[in-house]
Design a protein around this ligand. Structure first.
Ligand SMILES: [Zn+2]
Length: 247
């Protein structure tokens, strides 16, 4: 397993504890207000029960979102720095006259790579959009459960399904954002090393998509470094840019 995947698996425990918090709260609602194991929507609409529940869900998800932002920031910084230094080492070995200390990452590089809205949105906005979707899915699941007279055990199971789906989205997002940081670090080291052009290359198998194939076969490839396509081209893309030397 890649380092980043391992870190993400560890981070995803935060989803498990948010799920536990939500399940505990809902169990308490059932314990207090259900009749014969059934908690109806009418029961929940009494007094401020429903709006209290909404507040509780919002708080739990918001705190999860904050943890996720912190995790992304530290993980993406680590990914960028590691990739910058290792790519710099390869370049220095390949171009002996290159007198650049790649172990010292210029101020601002990491932040620029992290905050660049390469996919049309920043990662922190995407995290927050995913959290809004999570809140809305949780409320839908709870409301539907109240309407259908779900038992607490079915409700618990359905809530787990919602959190699992959200955790999968988080895993996919960090993977794609990490790919972007690696791509950005490559371009930054290439530029620092004076590389003028980069060649866009695909995995060259039958899984290569039309978009990547189109870019690879473009007459502009190898691209001027300032026109280089932003990596990754899309989620789960395996295409990369490598330095291109004309001689
Ligand atoms: Zn592709």
């Amino acid at each position: 397993m890649l380092g980043q995947e391992k870190d993400t698996v560890a981070f995803l425990r935060a989803y498990k504890s948010s799920l536990t918090d939500i399940q505990t709260y809902v169990s308490q609602l059932y314990a207090k207000y259900s009749t014969d194991g059934v908690l109806s929507l009418n029961d929940m609409y009494l007094k401020t029960r429903y709006s209290d529940m909404e507040k509780e869900i919002n708080n739990i998800v918001k705190s999860l979102g904050n943890k996720e932002k912190d995790y992304f920031k530290s993980e993406l910084t680590k990914t960028y720095e590691k990739s910058y230094i290792s790519t710099g080492t390869i370049l220095t070995e390949g171009i002996p006259k290159l007198a650049i200390n790649f172990n010292k990452i210029p101020t601002g590089f990491v932040n620029t790579a992290l905050t660049y809205p390469w996919s049309g949105d920043s990662y922190s906005n995407r995290i927050w959009k995913n959290k809004e979707a999570l809140i809305s899915n949780l409320k839908q699941t709870l409301t539907r459960g109240f309407i259908n007279g779900s038992s607490i055990s079915n409700m618990t199971k359905d809530l787990k399904g919602v959190l699992d789906g959200s955790a999968t989205a988080c895993r996919k997002l960090i993977r794609t954002e990490a790919m972007h940081c690696i791509g950005a670090s490559h371009n930054d080291t290439y530029k620092a090393a004076g590389v003028k052009r980069v060649k866009f290359i695909t995995a060259e198998d039958d899984r290569v998509c039309k978009i990547c194939n189109g870019i690879a076969n473009s007459s502009k490839n190898p691209f001027l470094i300032e026109d280089a396509p932003m990596i990754p081209i899309h989620a789960n893309s395996r295409s990369i840019s490598i330095p291109y030397f004309e001689d």
